[in-house]
Design a protein around this ligand. Structure first.
Ligand code: CMP
Length: 150
């Protein structure tokens, strides 16, 4: 089944963007949109990153996550391909980079991540979150963007 998903290269892995694109290409996933941006930090936990990760706002790691995600540029990509959501999450490996190095050698997080928070990349976990996360980075507002010529 053809799916789309939101992939993000986090600030700690931006310098490995080339390696990550090679991984995506080798897995037959197609990059249909891409954007480099820095998530704006307005306060300790008020930021574009806190909007993106709102389902984690009550977690103990939320503040660290928001700080980290706002610490430098990220690259957001819309990927498309067969079972793209699960395929990209398998390529990422387990959330914790240390676990990834033990259980998923060769995964993106094993290769480029640091720990449980600084883990190189993000992938949507469902069709619903993929739709929300793609819309977050690539809004489809009518009247804006190069595809809207009317
Ligand atoms: P991601 O897949 O982007 O989704 C939520 C992020 O929160 C996750 O990657 C990590 O960066 C971070 N995270 C998740 N669980 C933990 C944890 N137990 N401790 C610290 N950070 C975490």
């Amino acid at each position: 089944k053809k799916e789309r998903t939101l992939a993000m290269v986090k600030p700690d892995a931006l310098s490995r963007l080339g390696d990550i694109l090679e991984t995506i290409h080798a897995a037959n996933l197609i990059v249909i949109k891409a954007k480099m941006t820095t998530l704006t930090l307005y306060g300790q936990t008020e930021s574009e990153a806190s909007d993106f990760y709102m389902e984690h706002q009550s977690k103990p790691f939320f503040s660290n996550l928001v700080q980290f995600m706002s610490s430098g540029p990220v690259v957001a990509m819309e990927l498309m391909g067969d079972e793209a959501i699960g395929a990209w999450r398998r390529l990422l490996g387990p959330t914790d980079s240390a676990t990834a190095r033990q259980e998923a050698q060769g995964s993106v997080r094993a290769r480029f991540g640091t720990d449980g928070t600084q883990n190189a990349g993000h992938g949507s976990d469902s069709v619903a979150s993929a739709a929300r996360e793609v819309e977050f980075f690539f809004p489809s507002t009518a009247g804006h963007g190069p595809s809207n010529t009317a």
